[in-house]
Design a binder for this molecule. Structure first.
Ligand code: NBP
Length: 494
């Protein structure tokens, strides 16, 4: 037998694009023997002759050959385009695998697809893991945040590899732990992406007020973000914003000023918002962040509208020309960003709680914050505080009610309100700051005007209402006009 054939590899990885190649190299660095495979087999040889040269990485040119090189239980991880490619590979793998073998999907799959695939593979005697892998190319190579879920019997067999290659925080704590059953791993990755949309939008709003309201230069804003990054906002996204603002184009002018103001999206933020609608959970900030990207994409319409729709001038010259006031106002912007961020994460956690209930998952909320502490786009010091909150009280019903976050919101509330109010007066759009504040004010209201809403529903659709002077669960209908009937509706809900 050739020495190559005797090799018993630890794991196979299908998909030699940016994520797959880098994760394989990372696994190799940690002492694991990996078999690399790709649909277009020539990419296997390219990889072995270039990036993987001099490593222990083995190539395979067919699914059968790849599987034959693996230790039992076999572990086969896919990092391919989400969707049909994943289903196709599952079908190709099944005839070559045995009961107890494990298929892992590390791509950005929709959690509902993962729910289905877990059931399907288990029905064939196999184990299936759907895992979020965050951090892009750099994360995959140096240590991503890894969020695995699916067949829980698979966890002991993938734990060692995943935790070894994942990012580490606080010394050597891996940013990878078991998330839960079914599609829970991909669900948590989806929420991560929704939160990422929110964080990015908040930073953009802060930037916009400084740039267009206070007339600050990119260099000045670079300093502000640099300072913010030393405090409670310390995070990857604030850090890269600081660096982006310092970047000059070939002519020495800030590159940021030459980038067209239209944002793209790949859909995971949208999935989060759609799911929140299904579960009836108000993740208002993430929704605004997704819609803000949509508004940004309407560039031509906005340019036309900007010539026709008049409003206040966005300049805040009185504040900008007074150094003391300006300093205070910038602190207020920081507070608005921080308080809104707390609301956004509280909403994300509300959605995860609802999902756990709806889909029957046992989610570890503190563990999720820890997984996001390193290796991923939303990594931040702040997530350590969320971990503390759930360590202090694993049954915490809402992050806003945790003592630390309550105190932080109390401290930053004045500045937050000032920024939202000033922006509204001056016509500076702050959709995420404003929706966060509205949600906060709604959430802390024992009474909302939904009594009127329910009266309207009963008026036009006989939808009934409950009364403040009667026990919950008793429903009443009023004949509001004198000529309506007394029959109430049970099906027509708008
Ligand atoms: P891509 O998402 O670009 O996918 C490329 C891989 O998918 C190649 O191996 C390609 O094979 C394979 N593939 C395609 Br495309 N269609 C296929 C099909 N119908 N059947 C079989 N294989 C098919 O790669 P990536 O950017 O490395 O991402 C991999 C996964 O990780 C994706 O799900 C992505 O969403 C996720 N992810 C990406 C990032 C990132 O920063 N890029 C971050 C986090 C997660 P071929 O070579 O034969 O065309």
């Amino acid at each position: 037998m050739e020495p190559q054939q005797k090799l018993q590899a630890d794991i196979a990885l299908i998909g030699l694009a940016v994520m797959g190649q880098n994760l394989i190299l990372n696994m190799n660095d940690h002492g694991f023997t990996v078999v690399a495979y790709n649909r277009t087999a020539s990419k296997v040889d390219d990889f072995l002759n270039n990036e993987a040269k001099g490593t222990k990485i083995i190539g395979a040119h067919s699914v059968e050959e790849m599987v034959s090189k693996l230790k039992r239980p076999r572990r086969v991880m896919m990092l391919v385009k989400a969707g049909q490619a994943v289903d196709e590979f599952i079908e190709q793998l099944i005839p070559h695998l045995e009961p107890g073998d494990i298929i892992i999907d590390g791509g950005n799959s929709l959690f509902e697809d993962t729910n289905r695939r877990v059931k399907y593979c288990e029905s064939k005697g196999l184990l299936y893991v759907g895992t979020g892998v965050s951090g892009g190319e750099e994360g995959a190579r140096r240590g991503p945040s890894i969020m695995p879920g699916g067949s829980s019997e698979a966890w002991p067999y993938v734990k060692e590899i995943f935790q070894a290659v994942s990012a580490k925080v606080d010394g050597n704590v891996p940013c990878c732990d078991w998330v839960g059953e079914g599609g829970a791993g991909h669900y948590v990755k989806m929420i991560h992406n929704g939160i990422e949309y929110g964080d990015m939008q908040l930073i953009c709003e802060a930037y916009n007020i400084m740039k267009n309201g206070l007339g600050m230069s990119a260099d000045e804003m670079h300093d502000v973000f640099g300072e913010w990054n030393t405090g409670e906002l310390d995070s990857y996204l604030i850090e890269i914003t600081r660096d982006i603002l310092a970047k000059k184009d070939d002519d020495g002018l800030p590159l940021i000023d030459k980038i067209l103001d239209t944002a793209g999206q790949k859909g995971t933020g949208k999935w989060t918002v759609i799911n929140s609608q299904d579960l009836g959970i108000p993740i208002t900030l993430m929704a605004e962040a997704v819609y803000s990207r949509c508004v940004s994409a309407l560039k031509d319409e906005r340019v036309k509208a900007s010539k026709k729709l008049k409003g206040p001038r966005p300049t805040l010259s009185t504040i900008a020309n007074n150094p003391e006031k300006k300093k205070q106002f910038i602190n207020d912007i920081r507070d608005a960003l921080y308080a809104s961020k707390i609301v956004s994460y509280a909403q994300g956690y509300m959605l995860m709680r609802a999902a756990a209930k709806e889909y029957g998952w046992n989610l570890n909320y503190g563990g999720i914050a820890l997984m996001w502490r390193g290796g991923c786009i939303i990594r931040s010091r702040f997530l350590g505080k969320i971990k503390d909150a759930y360590d202090n009280n694993p049954k915490l019903s809402n992050l806003l009610l945790d003592d630390y976050f309550r105190a932080e919101i109390k401290r930053s509330q004045k500045g937050w309100r000032n920024i939202v109010a000033t922006s509204a007066k001056k016509g500076i759009p702050v959709p995420a700051f404003a929706t966060a504040l509205s949600f906060f004010d709604q959430y802390r209201s024992a009474v909302l005007p939904a009594n009127l809403l329910q009266a309207q529903r009963d008026y036009f659709g006989a939808h009934t209402y409950e009364r403040t002077d009667k026990p919950r669960g008793e429903f009443f209908h009023t004949n509001w006009t004198g000529h309506g009937g007394s029959t109430s509706s049970s099906t027509y809900n708008v």
